[in-house]
Design a binder for this molecule. Sequence first.
Ligand SMILES: *Cc1c(COP(=O)(O)O)cnc(C)c1O
Length: 394
Amino acid sequence: MTTPAIPHVLPTYNRANLAFERGEGAWAITADGTRYLDLGAGIAVNALGHAHPALVRALTEQAGRIWHVSNLYQIPEQERLADLLVEHTFADTVFFTNSGTEAAELAIKMVRKYWDHAGDPDRTEILTFEGAFHGRSTGAIAAAGSEKMTKGFGPLMPGFRTLPFGDHDALRAAATDRTAAIMVEPVQGEGGIRVLPDICLKGLREICDATGALLVLDEVQCGMGRTGRLFAHEHAGIAPDIMMVAKGIGGGFPLGAVLATARAASGMTAGTHGSTYGGNPLACAVGARVMEIVADPAFLAEVNRKAALFRQKLEGLVAAHPDIFEAVRGQGLMLGLKCRMAPADLVRAAYDQHLLTVPAADNTLRLLPPLNIEDAEIAEAVERLDRAAASLAA
Ligand SMILES: *Cc1c(COP(=O)(O)O)cnc(C)c1O
C-alpha cells in the first residue's frame, strides 16, 4: 500500500479558502483588500477585535523590553495579571498556561492532588457533561468523552464520567461523597451555545457543598466579559473552586490560566506543576491590558447593551426565516442561532456575504463578535445574515 501525499500543514482542519492579511476592530481583511465582518473573533479570542491600539502598544512596548523569562525567576508582568484576576474574582491564586487545554490539564491535576493531599487519593472521579468541550489533550478528550474526539485515541485516561446534559436525576445519582469534582462549562460553546440555567449552576454548587466535591468551571470560551459579566458564573451568584480561562484573556495572544481558591490549590506546592512559556511576559503584558479594559463595569454595561440590541435584531431574523432558523440562544455576546439544518451551508452562505461565523454542534451557528463591536456593525451583520439566509432559501 502506498501512503498518499499529505499537505505540509497536517490536515486536521477543513479550512475555508480564505486568508486574512490584517484586521481592524471587527473586520478581517484579505490581501486584495476585501473586508469581512468578523463574528467569529478567532472563536471568542479577539475579545477587543483586531489590532486594538492599547493591546498593540502593550505588546510592542513589552517586546522592546524582554520577551521571555523562565518561571525560575520573578515575573512582574505575571504577578500584575494575577493580582488583577484575584482582585476581580473568587480566586486566591492563579497559574498561567498558553491555552485552554493546558488549563484543563492543570485543573484535572489540581483536583487529583487536592484529594491526595487530603488523604483520600482514591477519590478521583470527575463528573462531566455530554456536549462538553475542554480541549484536545488526552485528558481533555477523556473528560468530554465524545466519540468524535476520542475515537482512535484510546485507551482513554480514566477518572471521568460523562452525564447527559440537563438530566438532574442522573446527576443526583452520580454525585456522591466519592465524587472528586464536577467540571462544567456555564455556557457550552462547541456544544452549541447551550446556557446552563442559573438555577442549575446553583444546584451544582449545592451538590458540591453537600458532598465536598470541587466545582470546576470551564470559562475558556464564556469568560472574560463574553456573557456580559466578567465571568459567566457571576450571573448565578455562585463561585467555583477552580476555573479555567483562556481564549479572550489574551485578546489574541496565546494565554490561559487556572484560577483557584487557596483550599483547592492547597496540594500544589513547589515542583508539582510547571510550564516553560506559561505566564510569559509578552502574554501577561497583553493580558493585563485586556483585563483592565474588560473588567471595567462601564465596558461590561456596554457589552450588555450591545447584546440586547443584537439579540433583538436576531429575533427578527429568526421570525423572518422560520424555514432556516429555529431560535436565538446564548447570553451576552455569546450568541447562537439554532438552525433547522447543519450550519455548514449557512457558514458558507455567510462567507459569500463577507461575514465570518462559526459552526457548533446541535445545529447551531455561533456568533461571537468582538466585545467592542459597534452598533452599526451589529446592524450590518444582521443584514448580511439575512441575505445569507435568503440565498439558502432561494
Ligand atoms: C476552546 C476551548 C478549550 C480549549 O482551549 P484551547 O486554547 O484550544 O486549548 C477548552 N474549553 C473550552 C470551553 C473551549 O471553548
